[in-house]
Design a protein around this ligand. Sequence first.
Ligand code: CA2
Length: 151
Amino acid sequence: MPTVFVLTGPNLNLLGVREPEIYGRTTLSDIEDRCRARAAALGLGIDFRQTNHEGQLVDWIQEARTAAGIVLNAGALTHTSVAILDALGAAGVPVIEVHLSNIFRREAFRHHSYVSSVAAGVICGLGAHGYELALEAIAQLLAAAANKEER
Ligand code: CA2
C-alpha cells in the first residue's frame, strides 16, 4: 500500500488546547484519526508525525523520498525555512501544503510561503478538513501518474 507522509510542524501539538478562537477545538490526534480513515478509504497508508524542530522536519522530508507523497503543514517554518524548501525540492514526490487557517486573512508575514513554490497544491483555511482534501489530492496525482505510465 502506498504510504503518504503527513508532517506537521511547530506548536501544532497545542491544537485544541490553546487559542481555540484561531485554530478550533480539534486536536492533532483527532486530525490523525480523520487522516487515517480517509487514507484507508483511498487505499493509502499514512505515516503521521509532528515535530517542533526544523532539522527533524528536514530529516523526515528526506526520508519521504521513498514515500508516495507528502502532506505538509510546516507551521511557522512555512514562512521562514529555506532548509525545508531545499529538502522538499530534493524529495521528488508530490507535496500538498496545508494550513488550518487562511494565512491570507492573517498578518502580512504569513502571506509568503517557502513551501508553496515546490508544492503541487496548497489548501488553507478549511481547518482539519484540509488534511483530508490533501490526501485526496495525493491519491488523484498518483492515479494520474499511474495512468500516464500505462499509456
Ligand atoms: O494555519 C496553519 O495551519 C498554520 O500553519 C499554523 C501556524 C502558523 O504559524 C502558520 O502561519 C499557519 C501556527 C501553528 C500554531 O498552532 C497553535 C495551535 C494552538 C495554540 C497555539 C498555536
